[in-house]
Design a protein around this ligand. Sequence first.
Ligand code: ADP
Ligand code: ASP
Ligand code: MG
Length: 292
Amino acid sequence: MKFGGTSLANWPRFLMAADIIAESSKLEPVATVLSAPATITNALLEMVDLAVEGKSYQAVVQHIDTVFNTLYAQASEELLAPAQQSLLQEKLNAQMLQWKHKLEGICLLGECPDSVRAAIVVSGERLSAALMEQVMLAKGITSAQLDPVSLFLAHGQPLESVVDINVSKPRFSVLPLNDYRVWVMPGFTAADAHGKIVTLGRNGSDYSAAVLAACLNASSCEIWTDVDGVYNTDPRVVTDAKLLAQLSYQEAMELSYFGAKVLHPKTIAPIAQYHIPCYIKNSFNPSAPGTL
Ligand code: ADP
Ligand code: ASP
Ligand code: MG
């Protein structure tokens, strides 16, 4: 089950996603892939770009800090124990310190290697995953994280890598998969053969979910987003766009290849190869049937 940025944008939405995962986990163990909350990946990229230009990035850092602190504060009012909030806070502080050091280096150099940029921009997904793990635990559900760096081996450019499923899949066989009801993985990222963090390209968490589904022999792959499913065109642009009950892998590939943002183009190959049914569902309207 993959949840995109808009489905995790603030605490009420994050909780809606958590409820959907919790409900599903009553029937079957769930592996979930999370995006960064909306605006975070863009903010991280902007922060790096400003550092390269030698401009002040403090306002952007502040925005990211506020988004996560607000999430933690509201989650704690409703659900998390004080110790859980402190743990998340410590993770965020450690992350901020890492960014600070890297950004100072980037500022001095006036440039940022792609591998450094990759390591910075994937952090939003990590913070999402850490929060979801704690939310599941607070709900009394056994939960642990899947680390994409040690599990997904990727090739290609640091900012646009492709996962080698043949090498990655056997790595899952050593995990105590039955010990936890909900596994949480940060989307959008993997590591290269040297263990260096890479990204899977913008919007790449859909692809993370497809790869994870293939690696786990999942019974299905669910992409939870902010529209009722796949339409014949972008429903935010064309008001009478038609919702499709189902489409073939080939049709989905064509739609995404020609720009339908609802699915990252790389998503289809792994689920088609491993014959995994894929549902596109609306986290704002979970009872709608979605698109198969
Ligand atoms: P997420 O944050 O969940 O990954 P995205 O913004 O990446 O969500 O993708 C969902 C968006 O894709 C929708 O809000 C919609 O505007 C856009 N979209 C473009 N083409 C289509 C289409 N054919 N069917 C459904 N949504 C589409
Ligand atoms: N957060 C990343 C992005 O905005 C990946 C994703 O959400 O799919 O590109
Ligand atoms: Mg997306």
